[in-house]
Design a protein around this ligand. Structure first.
Ligand code: SAM
Length: 390
């Protein structure tokens, strides 16, 4: 085998690649992500390769078909990484590329099987089809026989993805005390019930969970269901996030798809109550759409849909940076695939009392000037934020 392109075609077309990982950036000046991994996945009965790109603060996914995978792997090896470990059903390849692009391949016996990979994938889910789960049955997602209802499959996937994101928060939740959690804008509370099921029934935590929503009928439905399921430490209340002042401290605040600036209100409460963990998936953000001005960006902003997307990305960037300023280690992650909902950005933040924030503060101020915006989030946070910006 002489070159990278031949190697890549061989592992994809002839040997059926199971997984791969790329590391060691060749040219640090052109660094974007730090590492990339690939695994074979089956999506809607089609074989795809799932690429995971690890950046400093977040991870992105792409599912590619055969030809796209060949192209992407070749690009990564030819221009970006110094080494790769590629597992196929026939061999393991340890690939090294020197500064001049010379290839060195060390081929060994295979250590992975695809069955093994798919088994692992299955085990990764927290909720599984076939395992009777009362709250899923009550919410009409699972049948009494344990099958996922066809039309609810996306919801089931979303719940599992959510629980996966919650499971990373476990190290921040003290098992020796009652964990207080509030879910702002809980709606029909699929995810609130899932959270309770996971933390209490699966992980053995003591909790006090409150789901808050504006809608009276939704609160009545959820309260009845919590009673029916004997989820005794879960309660639902009707009310507006802004006016909710029952607590002065919480361990975790969740706000998923709460509309427009309701997310800012939720973040403000969370931070001002010293929440250790925050999970927020913003929704329908109109705040900046009419306000942003930046002449240099006119080629983007003159197109309505692009401007709308840009405005919501700016809002999320402001929120994520504000959380950093408030001492949180903040990540922006993909919540569910684009094909399921366009509202797919999750802001996940862990309180680490970061002190070294001057750089973020300066960048944040500069960013606001550039776009000529005064974000509502500053009003929602009040002095706790404005003091840090002075
Ligand atoms: C799209 S639903 C999302 C429900 C749930 N969090 C989920 O992701 O499945 C948004 C919910 O937020 C509620 N909501 C919006 N603004 C709110 C506010 N200011 N205070 C309380 N609830 C609010 C709405 O009533 C609605 O039920």
């Amino acid at each position: 085998m002489e070159n990278i392109s031949e190697l890549v075609k061989k592992v994809i077309n002839e040997e059926s690649i199971i997984s791969a990982s790329f590391s060691g950036i060749r040219n640090k000046a052109s660094k974007t992500f730090n590492k990339v991994t690939i695994k074979k996945v089956i999506i809607k009965n089609e074989e795809k390769y799932q690429f995971e790109y690890f950046y400093d603060k977040n991870v992105e996914h792409k599912n590619l078909n055969n030809n796209e995978t060949i192209e992407e792997m070749t690009k990564l090896l030819e221009t970006y990484f110094k080494q790769a470990l590629i597992n196929t059903i026939k061999s393991d390849y340890h690939v090294l590329i020197n500064k001049k692009g010379k290839l060195n391949i060390n081929q060994k016996k295979p250590t992975k099987k695809f069955e093994e990979a798919s088994h692992n994938r299955k085990k990764k889910y927290i909720l599984n089809e076939g395992e009777l789960t009362p709250f899923l049955i009550e919410l009409g997602i699972m049948t009494k026989e344990g099958k996922i209802v066809n039309s609810k499959y996306d919801k089931f996937k979303q719940i599992n993805r959510y629980l996966e994101l919650v499971s990373d928060c476990i190290p921040y939740l003290d098992k020796n005390k009652t964990i207080r959690i509030i879910d702002f804008g809980c709606g029909k509370a699929y995810l609130t019930f899932a959270l309770y099921d996971y933390l209490v029934l699966k992980m053995g935590y003591n909790v006090e969970i409150v789901g808050l929503d504006l809608k009276e009928n939704v609160i009545e439905f959820c309260s009845n269901l919590a009673k029916k399921l004997s989820f005794d430490d879960l309660r639902f209340e009707q009310g507006d996030i802004k006016g909710f002042n029952q607590f002065s401290n919480v361990d975790m605040v969740i706000s998923l798809h709460a509309c427009n600036t309701a997310t800012d209100e939720a973040l403000a409460k969370a931070v001002n109550w010293g929440s250790k963990v925050i999970l927020a998936v913003p929704c329908c953000q109109h705040e900046f759409l009419k306000k942003i001005k930046n002449q240099k960006m006119n080629p983007m902003m003159k197109f309505g849909i692009i401007k709308e997307k840009l405005a919501s990305l700016l809002t999320d960037s402001v929120r994520a940076n504000v959380l950093e300023i408030m001492g949180y280690r903040t990540q922006v992650l993909e919540f569910v695939d684009m094909e399921h909902t366009p509202k797919n950005i999750m802001i996940r933040a862990f309180f680490e009392d970061t002190q070294n924030i001057q750089k973020v503060v300066n960048e944040y101020k500069e960013f606001k000037n550039q776009w000529q915006i005064s974000p509502y989030i500053e009003e929602a946070f009040g002095e706790s934020l404005t003091n840090k910006l002075d």
